[in-house]
Design a protein around this ligand. Sequence first.
Ligand SMILES: [Zn+2]
Length: 313
Amino acid sequence: MLLDFKEIPQANTGEGLQDTFELFARDFLEVLGYEILQHPDRGADGKKDLIVQENRYGISGVTKIKWLVSCKHYAHSGKSVNDADEPNILDRVGVHECDGFLGFYSTIPATSLGTNLNSLKKKIEIEYFDRERIEKTLLESPKGIKLASRYFPKSFENYKIENPKPAKLFAQESRIECEYCNKNLLEDKQGIFVIMKNFSSDGEKPKPSHYEYAYFSCKGKCDAILKNHYMQSEIMYDSWADISDYLSPITYIKRQMAWMNAIHIDRETLSQEAYDKLRKLFLNSYPYISREQTTGEKENVNFYLENGLMDWL
Ligand SMILES: [Zn+2]
């Protein structure tokens, strides 16, 4: 489990206080497309249950299903929800004039409750979300991920570290395409950067090296075709690097330092074409190893942009 449900405080027993887990259930179901008919409340006139409506679109039109939502937040004790925790389900659904019962649990239903719910399926609509289904659903959509960041701030920090997203730095989304099949190699992270240098006239490796061509490619077939294309007129040395090396902070800086040393210490040179591709590689992979800007940093960049100081991008 990525999300720690204990981050949501235990149900309030005091008067007039909102129960955070119920509010979370409401927001969660709203993200899924349920319409909220009655908000959960613990006002002066007693406890109001959460009631939502699902619109099912079928051949004969829209079927509206009214669900009575039962929230049980036992994550702090870790106990499962058993059938004694959910008494008189049929009556409760009837009193609220609903068509179904929806359990929303921060742990899991016990076998006793599972059996009970299964037998009720003959009479009313039954649905439940346990902690795993809630987590899976949340992390499936951008809206769900946003909701997770609100209710599970600590868990979400860890999630972000394990699932880094490129920082939004440039106006356009980063792209590096395979030169043969046009696949965006930054997406599947399987591509390679190939760079080729000439042999010197005596057939030895020239010192310092001069890089003539470079290309981006998928591994395998696309690479073989492109290699063939570039080596048509002359035989060259080729070396390659995984593009994923440029998407990870330490290997990125290692590659960058290696290139700076090659150019400055070893006096290696690149053709304009090879240089442009190397530059493209560093620029487009940069958002993957970088972070979002603070408001102050954004203001600085706007100043640079307005004064034409970032035209090199
Ligand atoms: Zn390809």
